[in-house]
Design a protein around this ligand. Sequence first.
Ligand code: AMP
Ligand code: ZN
Length: 485
Amino acid sequence: MKIYNTLTRKKEEFKSIKDKEVGMYTCGPTVYWFAHIGNMRTYIFEDILKRVLKYGGYKVKHVMNITDVGHLTSDSDAGEDKLEKGAKKERKTVWEIAEFYADFFKKDIKSLHILEPNVWVKATDTIKEQIELIKELEKKGFTYVIKDGVYFNTSKLEKYGRLWGESERKESKARIEEVKGKKSKTDFALWKFSPKNEKRQMEWDSPWGVGFPGWHTECVAIGVKNLGIPFDIHCGGIDHVFIHHTNEIAQAEAVYDKPLANYWMHGEFLNLKEGKMSKSLGNIVTLQTLNEKGISPLAYRYLCFGTHYRSKLFFSDESIDFAQNTLNRLYEKVVELSNSEKKSHSSKFNEYQEKFIGYINDDLNMPSVLAMIWDMMKEKNLSDSEKYDLLIDFDKVLGLGLLEIKIDKKDKDSKYIVKTTKDGIPVWTSDISIVPKEVMVLVKQREDSRKGKEWDKADEARKGIEKMGWQIEDSGEKTIIKNNP
Ligand code: AMP
Ligand code: ZN
């Protein structure tokens, strides 16, 4: 399997530290507001990586942190703590805010079929470990104390900034704001002191004074504690390359003389046509925004597959509508194929499976997987049952719920087929109890009107059904009642 390693700027053959086991760390959400679909793009890319590793027979231990303290409004240690600010805005405690948005995040990723991490760790649950790490850095001479807090002295670390390419090095330095007393622009806070004139809700005692940890220390402390050092893969969004991950590596290099992880992978941004989408700019689209437009989380997941994780993805209403329609078409195909007679697998079956493995192992080439799937639908030398079996196999990586499509056509004599969705996945059944009673009244009225050749009345009933978000279709002897998005 080949993956692109930001540390070496090359696509490399992946070699795990332990045979068939992978330790994987992904930077988690800062829980002061809802996660937006840009954040979710990064988590979907990481989920694909994890599923591809699992598909290849690796046992994956996945650790994710929850940032509930220390992430300031500016990534360069200036400004307010995002959580304290969020709590003030909503007139709640910081702890309430953190719990609410962390729970919401967990529900969101579940709806996207993102496999849950094996270990969740809140930054506030590892204050002791973070203080220990800072003490180690201090012992080795990598820290200095100023009025504002304890800082990492980047000039002491020869390898500082090894995650950057040369051109980005300049840009990144230029972006970093000053904090008074810092020796160098790239130095970063390890421990910030609580402001003298203001009582913070979250603060702890430390050998240097009361305060809170800087944002870059938690991931090192949590990663080492749960995965050892070095571990295999560390991921996050591309914005983490210049500051957050660079500073994680710096701390690990300083204490352990190792870069924390062997492979560093970064997902490119999802942008709006107008530019960046970010929580701090306030122009976010969430899964809830999409849901209000009849778009399911899985349609968004499908959309993400269409662009390679290392390329920018521009989000638009047209592209997400197209993704929803294409996913619906895929679901209909799966229903059709699932009714086919079981046949044994031919050499063509193996050919497609190998092609699939080739793409996913080539730095997660999901756009090619999608193109191949639609080509495969037209393949004459594959039986329907082989196509079905291949799709179900691919879904271990796609995670589109293809096996969860419910088809209950046991009651062959039923006049009705109900087609609806549960969590965005189709359900086909002859059980009319899932259709609201008011809709069924109109369905019956329409039937009676049609029998009496009262076409206008029948049409009115149909319109009434549509107003309630349902549709009706006649198919031979049967009536299909559906409420697909
Ligand atoms: P945050 O909650 O801000 O700490 O971000 C959570 C994750 O989302 C991080 O891995 C970020 O790099 C990533 N991220 C933030 N904005 C975007 C975006 N517009 N597109 C893709 N990933 C993003
Ligand atoms: Zn992190």
